[in-house]
Design a protein around this ligand. Sequence first.
Ligand code: RB5
Length: 147
Amino acid sequence: MKIGIAADHGGYELKEKLHDWLQSLGHDIKDFGAYELNNTDDYPDFVIPLARAVVSKEVERGIAVCGSGVGASVAANKITGARAALVNDHFSAHQGVEDDDLNILCLGGRVVGSMLAQELVRSFLNARFKGEERHLRRLEKVQQLEK
Ligand code: RB5
């Protein structure tokens, strides 16, 4: 799968680990930075380009990491068509895709360890939107707000 990944300094270390792990699984990774640890960098500079790439379908899914995952989700959701959520549990990682068509997973690099992060990413990537009538109806109500 073509996956976009991005992080600020708070998520840099976890992003690097996830990048290597996803590549080892055979995924095609587009890294939107940061490309080095810089404690003064700002998450929108990396997360917004990632969100745009997800919406334009340059990548199929996105993974955005900051210290808590909060800033990344706030920023990504400003982009029309981005559906980003901070996820810390397995259920939400797959149900967010299945019911809500989540396309960007946000993680807190200072919150989750790398093994839990791998489990969350695996659940997110393996999940597919169910697209049942109730899901489409709810999504349509959300999408109305983007017009
Ligand atoms: C950066 O220090 C930190 O504020 C940021 O990574 C993130 O946690 C924001 O939500």
